[in-house]
Design a protein around this ligand. Structure first.
Ligand SMILES: [Zn+2]
Length: 287
């Protein structure tokens, strides 16, 4: 009897171990497999768009290698102007993992032809080093991930926001095609006050070759706002700003055709249409 009990005990332990291993293996296979890769396309989206997927008890949102926190009971997915193909949007909630497939459509933004000073189309050799340094500094800024300090929708950068924007337009300067318009242009008189769209830290405030006098604010959560071509910067690098604080004055510095505010947003590295997140926020909802 004693021996039988021993054998039974050993057998049960073996079964338990084998079962445990199988379960682990099963879990590993499940986690390693692509998430419902054959699922149908939920929505068609434009590059430069922001997608909102609302839900409850959300823990995190992810796309590719990057994960971030939900905002207001929703996962928001900023899509860069250059994004193409099908995307797998993933979110985790207390209920588990879910995903949606969206298809980025080939959307040719309108062409915009502009005349500017020739030095902004073919910069002089002695400015190339400066331009490269400014670009490197700005690119590093877009990589920063600090805790989120913004709420949505964002405040307006101008007391009265005129229509327009022309985000994404394929721009041709003096007949030469250049990179697409990564922000929105709002016409306003020189001296008009520009406001912070959310709480944040002034990450950069300097006079740049193309952007002119410009203020970059890091709002945390991977969101950076940019105000270009200012006549005056009212904040210093490193300063803490609150939503609605004056940060600069509209001007015509850098590569411009006249006074206006160029306002841009980078969210998790993506160039997105700022008008989708300001005031009457208009992201594309999916279910
Ligand atoms: Zn612009």
């Amino acid at each position: 009897m004693h021996g039988f009990a021993d054998k039974l005990g050993t057998l049960m332990r073996n079964v338990a171990t084998t079962f445990g291993r199988s379960l682990t293996l099963l879990l590993v296979v499940f986690l390693a497999s692509p998430l419902r890769s054959e699922e149908p396309v939920t929505a068609k989206v434009k590059p430069g768009q922001v997608i909102r997927w609302t839900g409850s008890s959300l823990l995190s949102c992810s796309l590719g290698d990057e994960s971030w926190d939900p905002v207001d009971e929703a996962c928001w997915y900023p899509l860069d102007l250059d994004v193409t193909g099908d995307l797998e949007l993933v979110r985790r909630s207390t209920g588990g993992v879910a995903s949606r497939r969206v298809q980025v459509v080939d959307y040719p933004y309108p062409e915009q032809r502009l005349q500017v000073e020739e030095k902004y189309v073919s910069p002089p050799a002695d400015q190339l080093d400066r331009i490269a340094k400014e670009r490197a500094k700005v690119d590093a800024l877009f990589e920063q991930r600090t805790p989120r300090r913004f709420t949505l929708p964002l405040a307006s950068p101008l007391a009265k926001l005129p229509a327009g924007g022309r985000f994404g337009s394929r721009r041709v300067f003096n007949g030469v095609p250049k990179s697409p318009h990564s922000g929105a242009d709002f016409s306003a008189a020189t001296g008009t006050t520009v406001f912070a769209v959310a709480d944040g830290t002034v990450a950069l405030a300097e006079d740049q070759y193309y952007a002119g006098k410009s203020v970059f604010v890091d709002h945390g959560g991977g969101l950076v706002s940019m105000s270009f071509h200012l006549s005056q910067m009212l904040v210093d690098e490193g300063a803490t700003v609150k939503r609605g604080d004056p940060i600069g004055k509209v001007g015509a510095t850098g590569r411009v055709t006249g006074p206006h505010l160029h306002f841009g947003l980078r969210w998790l590295g993506a160039r997105v249409d700022p008008e989708l997140l300001i005031a009457q926020s208009k992201p594309q909802d999916i279910r």
